[in-house]
Design a binder for this molecule. Structure first.
Ligand code: TRP
Length: 362
């Protein structure tokens, strides 16, 4: 059995730097490591519709945005299969059978679903499709026999739910499915990058994101307005690193060579942090450094995206090819699942024979 990656994103907006450090950067590294036999990247439009049922146009418009961001970051359709979830009908069929293996109370305990219900004020009117999306996500993952799901911490409950479904399926019907593992970011800052206002989550509605396609002046404006330590008033005051966005972003983005290039007075981030803690280091200096780091990181992504934007039909063609290829794989898994469940009646010669014998005796 090979090493197979599946991961994806809901197309509800352009991707931002939180997506980048949380998962995108890692995907590109994994893709280029050559260690994986197959890589599937899913634009989860059907999942996006589970909480945007009345706004399908938003989902429709954002598929291309996500695809452009993927390719701009270095996902390469020759090495990774990029697909659109809704184009793989086999996923619905798998979900339908998996639904019998999960209880309502188990879904109610899913912490990510719980917090999403709160965030969306769904309490009294949760759409059934939304409530059951962890099951559909298990179909996404298992359809491709994925061994590895590179994703953020918020996806942990979905992967756990998938593991339970796989376990239950395999023990009831026989080994047909592969149990996946999540691959989390290796650094705490990348796990959940805060918004520029210091709020726990970057979100379009809070207006606290830096997008991957952001223009240089806007990146700079956003960095200069970032939340730091509210008690660090004068340069000489000691400052706090914890909860200080600028340092969280540096934890996520900066590499040793950035110091050589933009801040040679310090050898590394630890030195910069201890100076800030002691006092005598102003926010503006640290923000300017972060701005340089972000500009250097985002410039090639933005440039590549602008190039890709010149041929939009080619992007849809990539998505079409990827979806077609993915559907073949999902169809094979669905056949395995139906065989295991013995609901493949017309291919089941033993069943036909058995029934024939039964009626011959009578
Ligand atoms: N739930 C993911 C998100 O909120 C999107 C997603 C759908 C996904 N199917 C997946 C992620 C399968 C990893 C694996 O962005």
């Amino acid at each position: 059995m090979g090493k197979i990656i599946l991961t994806g994103d809901r197309p509800t907006g352009k991707l931002h730097v939180g997506h980048y450090v949380g998962s995108l950067r890692r995907r590109v590294e994994l893709q280029n490591s050559g260690e994986y036999d197959k890589i599937y990247i899913m634009i989860a439009d059907a999942q996006a519709l589970t909480d945007n049922a009345d706004n399908p146009e938003k989902v429709r418009q954002n598929i291309i945005e996500v695809a452009l961001d993927y390719l701009a970051c270095g996902l390469d359709p020759k090495k990774s299969t990029i697909l659109i979830q809704s184009q793989i009908p086999e996923l619905c069929e798998l979900s339908f059978y998996y639904m019998n293996l999960v209880t309502v109370s188990r879904l109610q305990r899913n912490p990510t679903v719980k917090s999403e219900i709160q965030m969306r004020n769904f309490e009294a009117s949760i759409p059934v499709g939304f409530f059951t999306y962890p099951i559909s996500q298990a179909a996404d993952i298992t359809a491709f026999k994925a061994t590895t799901v590179p994703a953020g911490e918020d996806q942990m409950p979905m992967v756990e739910q998938t593991q339970e479904i796989v376990h239950k399926f395999n023990s009831v019907y026989g080994e047909a499915l592969v149990e996946p593992k999540i691959l989390l970011p290796d650094n705490q800052a990348c796990m959940r990058l805060p918004g520029i206002d210091g709020k726990a989550k970057m979100s379009k509605s809070l207006g606290n994101c830096i997008y991957l396609s952001e223009e240089p002046e806007d990146i700079k404006k956003k960095v200069m307005s970032m939340f730091t330590d509210p008690d660090h008033i004068r340069v000489q005051d000691p400052g706090k690193i914890e909860g200080n966005c600028v340092f969280t972003y540096l934890d996520a983005f900066c590499k040793p060579e950035h110091f050589e290039r933009y801040l040679p007075d310090y050898a590394n981030l630890d030195e910069l942090k201890s100076h800030y803690r002691r006092g005598g280091l102003g926010d503006v200096k640290v923000k300017k450094f972060l701005n340089n780091v972000l500009q250097e990181t985002l410039e090639p992504i933005r440039t590549r995206r602008k190039e890709l934007e010149k041929d939009i039909p080619a992007i849809y063609e990539i998505l079409k090819k990827g979806s077609e290829e993915a559907e073949k794989v999902a169809a094979k898994t669905l056949a395995d699942v139906k065989n295991a469940m013995k609901i493949n009646y017309f291919d089941d010669m033993a069943l036909i024979h058995e029934q024939t014998e039964k009626y011959r005796k009578e």
